[in-house]
Design a protein around this ligand. Structure first.
Ligand code: CO
Ligand code: CO
Ligand code: CO
Length: 305
């Protein structure tokens, strides 16, 4: 066992031989959007993301579904179709699964992948001087909370849904081919929570520049109107003590960095000498990578204005 409960990361890793290790993960959640097809696709992209976040390539997946008995059959079918088409887009074989009845729908995957044992991306390998890069914008939590409150602009929802459905495959393989050793995906614990996982596991500090952070459309407005899910307050309560904000940052701006993300981007610590080559190749592939700060000596996270 290379990665297990003793050293929690995005996925468990089991060494098979010198060349191969098995990467195994599961993820599922309740609906985040109204459209059942999109929900299925987002849940699948999110579950596969933990394999990419380990530097792995997924090859097989199983469905996990809990569906209410009174849910129209077409709706359940659309959730599964959204998931299956996303899995196929990833080049992964959907090999089965299990469905139970439950009051509230739940959907996700068990995903299996391979990684080279020496090329694993973990939370514990960030080094001072590394550049922090993010592969998707932030703010999916406030957009989906506004959607639940019926105050979201459909164009903003559409943009957030496209991002949440986007696979982290390209970002993960670019990271691997450029010697990135440290990273994770940004999900329920927010940018700061997942950033702190890297900082603490690597025994380093992170410096994040707020003015370089990308946000999905409408996110700032929804944050200003305090469309925060309960998870954002939980994250701030749990992680806030390890984060120092520049005084110029307003309350909603600070809170937005505790916003729980669904199917968020990869947060990567890129060795500085690899950054230019990585950026050039990412641009050629149409993969956006935002430079949002750097790894420094010390501990915790310092957010600059
Ligand atoms: Co993860
Ligand atoms: Co996960
Ligand atoms: Co069964």
């Amino acid at each position: 066992m290379l990665v297990g409960l003793g050293d929690p990361d995005d996925a468990a890793v089991w060494r098979i031989d010198d060349q191969r290790a098995l990467v195994v993960t599961t993820d599922f959640f309740t609906p985040v959007v109204d459209n059942p097809y999109d929900y299925g696709a987002i849940a699948a992209a999110n579950a596969l993301s933990d394999i990419y976040a380990m530097g792995g390539q997924p090859f097989m997946a199983l469905n996990i579904a809990a569906l209410p008995p009174d849910l129209p059959i077409e709706v359940g079918a659309e959730i599964l179709r959204g998931g299956a088409e996303k899995v196929r887009e990833a080049g992964v074989a959907l090999a089965g699964g299990h469905t139970i009845q439950d009051k509230e729908p739940k959907f996700g995957l068990v995903a299996l992948g391979f990684v080279h044992p020496q090329k694993m991306i973990t939370k514990s390998s960030a080094k001072p001087g590394d550049i922090l890069a993010l592969s998707k914008p932030l703010g999916f939590g406030v957009v989906t909370t506004a959607l639940k409150g019926r105050t979201a602009d459909p164009a903003d929802v559409a943009q957030a849904v496209e991002w949440m459905k986007t696979l982290n495959r390209a970002a993960g393989s670019l990271a691997c081919s450029h010697g990135v050793k440290a990273g994770t995906d940004v999900t329920g614990f927010s940018l700061l929570g997942h950033g702190l996982e890297i900082a603490n596991a690597s025994k380093v500090g992170l410096q994040i520049r707020y003015n370089q952070l990308p946000f999905t459309s409408g996110a700032l407005r929804y944050a200003e109107n305090w469309n925060f899910a309960g998870g954002a307050s939980d994250n701030r309560l749990y992680y806030g003590g390890q984060v120092q904000f520049e005084a110029s940052l307003e309350e909603f701006q600070q809170m937005l960095l505790f916003d729980p993300q669904t199917s968020g981007g990869l947060l990567l610590a890129v060795p500085a000498h690899q950054w230019e080559g990585l950026q050039t190749e990412a641009k050629a592939l149409g993969q956006t990578l935002w430079e949002i700060g750097e790894v420094v000596q010390g501990k915790g996270i310092h957010v600059l204005g």
